[in-house]
Each structure stands twice: as structure tokens, then as C-alpha cells.
Ligand binder design. Structure first.
Ligand SMILES: C[S@@+](CC[C@H](N)C(=O)[O-])C[C@H]1O[C@@H](n2cnc3c(N)ncnc32)[C@H](O)[C@@H]1O
Length: 248
């Protein structure tokens, strides 16, 4: 469990009220096996932000990958793990600051012996700053914390600044995929992305928002939303080509 405490205290020191994480980092105590994975597996999979990013981000992965995708706030990791299994030639970077969510993902990665996932156990904002420009094929934000009260809207992950940060790391044609069961957060996200010069909403028909992307795997938040009668909304935005990027 030493690794959990070290990683948490390091990131808390560096945070100094920067960043976009406002939730809790710890739930119930980890089981011994989960704590063991935190100590042994997380250090092997965690991205070292203290070092500069490698010249080719694909070098983060032990086996060749064609492209890299990022999932921000993966919760229990259901979507990320399913994606990594479905796309073995894609590298996945998963971010989750909540200890118990990270513990679930570590257990699944270990059980399924997945080699195409790298992790960041902290606020996504710090990873976004570290990632090289135009290095990703996709970013997924699935059921982000909705912060429904007006006075908390500034805590929502989608802000003009984070949209610009995501635009910087996505390559032209790359996709930002977003899902929520909160109509107001869907409208908020549409408003922010439509006013960004870096993204185009891919919807072609009025009801496209009702359909998840073809390889979507429902998460526990989606299951809860459906159980409680809320309608999920899925939005996909394509990174436009501003001509500044050339393939390496
Ligand atoms: C409502 S949960 C959804 C989890 C998961 N995507 C799902 O659908 O089950 C939102 C998650 O985002 C994480 N989160 C919130 N702010 C974050 C940030 N700034 N960086 C990374 N993750 C964050 C939380 O810890 C939480 O696990």
C-alpha cells in the first residue's frame, strides 16, 4: 500500500489548487491483493510525468501499437478494459485519481494480462500538459462528474481551457468522445465544443446523440442511468486540421 500513499501525497503536494479534480480519492480500504497490485503493478504501468515524454509516444508500450487513445476518469475501468481487449494494436492511457477505481483496473489488467494499457493515477490535467502535441488518436470522457449546481459548473471537466488542451494533443481527424446522462452537461459540452475552432461535431442526423459508438461498453454509471430511467447522450467531435501538424 506504500505506493498508493506515495503517489497520492506527491500529487497532492504538486496540486496546490491547480487542476480539475474535486472528488474524493479514497473509498473503502483495499483488500490485500489490491494493495499488492498497487505496489507491484502500478509502478510498472504508471507514466512518469517527471521525465519528458518520449519522442514517439508509442515507445511507452512494450509491444508495437498503431495509435494511442486516452480515457479520462475511467472509474472502474469497464470501458477502457473492453477497448484494450477489442483493439490489441492500440495503446491506451487511462487516467483515474480514485484509489478504488484504479485498484479495479489493475486487477483486470493483471487478470487479462493486457500489455496495451498505461496509467496515470492523478488528475488528468497534469497528463494533458505532459502529452506531446498531436500525439493521440482519441480521447474518451465517459460520464464525467456532472456538478449540477450552478456554483459548481466551473468544476466540470469540460471548460474552454480543457477543450483547448485536448485539441492540442489530438491529431487532426482524432476524436473526442463524450457520454453523459445529464442533459444540462450534454448541452454545456455541445456549447463549448461548437464554439471551439478546433472541433467539428460529427452528428449527421438529429437522433445521432442517442447512439453510442460501435465499440462502446457500458460502464456502471451508464447501467445506473438506464436503471433510473435517464437517457444517455453520446457526442463525438472530430479534431479539425489547422495545418500546423505534419505526420512524423
Ligand atoms: C461519474 S464517474 C464516471 C466513471 C466512469 N467513466 C464510468 O462511466 O463509470 C467520474 C470519474 O471521473 C474521475 N475524475 C474526476 N475528475 C477527474 C480529473 N480531473 N482527472 C481524472 N479523472 C477525474 C472521478 O474520480 C470518477 O471516477
Amino acid at each position: 500500500m506504500a505506493a498508493v500513499e506515495t503517489a497520492m501525497s506527491m500529487s497532492d503536494r504538486s496540486k496546490a489548487r491547480r487542476g480539475a479534480f474535486f472528488g474524493r480519492r479514497k473509498g473503502h480500504a483495499l483488500r490485500p491483493r489490491q494493495a499488492e497490485l498497487f505496489d507491484a503493478l502500478l509502478p510498472r504501468l504508471a507514466i512518469q510525468l517527471a521525465k519528458p515524454a518520449p519522442p514517439d509516444l508509442k515507445l511507452l508500450f512494450p509491444n508495437p501499437v498503431d495509435s494511442i487513445r486516452l480515457e479520462i476518469g475511467f472509474g472502474g475501468g469497464e470501458h477502457m478494459i473492453a477497448q484494450a481487449e477489442q483493439h490489441p494494436c492500440t495503446g491506451f492511457i487511462g487516467v483515474e485519481p480514485f484509489v478504488n477505481g484504479m485498484a479495479k483496473a489493475l486487477a483486470a489488467i493483471n487478470l487479462k494480462n493486457l500489455s496495451n494499457i498505461r496509467l496515470h493515477f492523478d488528475d488528468a490535467v497534469f497528463l494533458l500538459e505532459w502529452l506531446p502535441s498531436a500525439s493521440l488518436a482519441g480521447v474518451d470522457l465517459i460520464y464525467p462528474d456532472p456538478w449540477p449546481k450552478r456554483r459548481h459548473w466551473k468544476r466540470r471537466f469540460i471548460q474552454d481551457e480543457s477543450v483547448a488542451a485536448i485539441a492540442r494533443i489530438l491529431r487532426p481527424g482524432g476524436e473526442l468522445r463524450f457520454a453523459t446522462d445529464v442533459p444540462d452537461y450534454a448541452a454545456w459540452t455541445l456549447k463549448h465544443l461548437i464554439r471551439s475552432p478546433d472541433f467539428a461535431w460529427t452528428a449527421e442526423r438529429a437522433h445521432d446523440w442517442r447512439h453510442a459508438w460501435s465499440d462502446f461498453s457500458a460502464t456502471r454509471y451508464e447501467a445506473k442511468a438506464r436503471r433510473e430511467g435517464r437517457v444517455p447522450c453520446y457526442l463525438i467531435f472530430r479534431r479539425t486540421d489547422d495545418g500546423r501538424w505534419t505526420a512524423g
